[in-house]
Design a protein around this ligand. Structure first.
Ligand code: AMP
Ligand code: MG
Length: 408
């Protein structure tokens, strides 16, 4: 049995980022990992433009105006957004301008329309702008052409989509998504649509793990249920190891008579890297690597153990594989415990619940009901796991606890 942190670093060492790239249209790029740095040949803003509706002027012309002694300038042009100004501003002249419109040559300042009064084709300025360049968005103020706009390894979300659109990238180069084969093992399992006979159990793991993989940006492929038959299991494992970057199988990794996964992993040429982890739930986690690069996670069958194993151990592997730069660990924060938390103290223990933001900061609310690894019912609606390290048997209400964000 190895500690959780050691298991995590072994797993991260096993995995190398998939270097395959593909090109996707911008509107399909959300959630993908950018594979190439993005630059633009355009400054941003593209040109000097007005931040307000008002008048483009020369600062010196209006610097001394007051309400009692307004400055009058001739309006020479009207410049709506999207139209290129035709006239150059001379002293004594102003151009009517609107938000986002290009500044005319000769102008250096915008006076907001609230500080003016229009009289036919003249405009009176009643109070001076604060400074030259007032309300002017300067060309290149936010970004200069040729610099890096976005770096590879980032997740593309709404803000990055906005930047890519602005940089006129209708297509985006991203890393291909990890392909993850998922199957369940067990004679007792039936699909959600099969009628349940006495003694049988509905296979929830295959669906839960597929949802998890999808939420991590991978492509889940469900390979079905395999009975506890060593020959059928061998066949399925060969197919999965050959076809996927990562394989997740659940069940069959304990010490029972029908638990064949570890034996087969060795027989099929895998090098077993992890046999069991000092974690609760999820102790019999088995991890092997194959020469074709495939990483095989033999995950315990209990539904909560299965998901906790995914959140704690598979998640970092998928993050690293996916090309994401930086930290591949799950996200941890400190919170105040709203309840008494208990552990046997011998294994790092994960208790599920809800992380909430209350007045003083984050608070962890333990899920009500049983914290048995077979109870998947009260896992629904949770978003976090409180962690009791080895040696800690109790955390009193109001005390601090480490919490891992989970639940997806
Ligand atoms: P195992 O790890 O195969 O010993 O299974 C441990 C427990 O988890 C047993 O009670 C199984 O019935 C249950 N279990 C195994 N696989 C699944 C599954 N795919 N979906 C739901 N429960 C499962
Ligand atoms: Mg089983």
């Amino acid at each position: 049995m190895i500690p959780v942190s050691q298991a995590e670093s072994i797993i991260l060492d096993l995995v190398q980022p998939l270097n395959d790239i593909e090109t996707v249209p911008l509107d399909e790029a959300v959630g993908r990992i950018l594979a190439q740095s993005v630059t633009s040949q355009l400054d941003f803003p593209y040109w000097d433009n007005s931040a307000m509706d008002g008048y483009a002027v020369r600062f010196e012309d209006v610097a001394n105006c007051t309400a009692e002694n307004p400055t009058s300038l001739d309006i020479i042009e009207e410049i709506p957004a999207g139209i290129q100004p035709l006239k150059s501003l001379q002293s004594g002249q102003a151009s009517r301008i609107f938000t986002g419109a290009m500044l005319p040559k000769g102008a250096d300042t915008i006076v907001i329309q609230e500080n003016t009064e229009k009289k036919d084709n003249k405009v009176l300025f009643l109070s001076p702008p604060n400074s030259p360049q007032a309300f002017v968005r300067k060309q290149g103020e936010f970004y200069q052409a040729g610099n890096t706009l976005l770096s590879p390894g980032i997740v593309i979300n709404a803000p990055e989509i906005a930047v890519l659109a602005t940089a006129q990238c209708p297509k985006v180069t991203v890393y291909r998504r990890p392909r993850v084969g998922i199957f369940s093992t067990g004679d007792e399992l039936v699909t959600p649509s099969q009628p349940l006979q006495p003694g049988q159990i509905v296979d929830s793991n295959q669906y839960a793990l597929a949802a998890f993989v999808k939420n991590q940006g991978g492509i889940p492929i469900q390979l079905g249920i395999v009975p506890d038959d060593i020959n059928l299991l061998r066949e399925k494992m060969i197919e999965a190891i050959k076809g996927f970057d990562v394989v997740l199988s659940t069940g069959g990794v304990s010490v029972g008579d029908y638990d064949y996964v570890e034996q087969l992993l060795t027989e099929l040429g895998g090098t077993i890297q992890i046999r069991s982890v000092a974690v609760k739930p999820g102790k019999p986690l088995t991890v092997a690597k194959f020469s074709n690069g495939c990483v095989y996670f033999g995950i315990p069958g209990n539904p909560v153990s299965a998901l906790v194993s995914c959140w704690r151990f598979v998640q970092p592997a998928l993050k690293k594989l996916s090309g994401l730069s930086g930290n591949w660990q799950p996200n941890f924060i400190k919170a105040k415990s709203g309840h008494i938390l208990r552990s046997g103290g011998k294994r790092e223990t994960y208790l599920w619940g809800q992380l909430q933001f209350v007045d003083e900061g984050f608070q962890f609310e333990l899920a009500g009901g049983s914290h048995s690894s077979g109870n998947l019912i009260n896992l629904a609606g949770t978003n976090a796991l409180a962690i009791l390290p080895i040696g800690t048997t109790i955390i009193e209400p109001g005390n601090q606890v480490s919490v891992m964000l989970a639940g997806v």
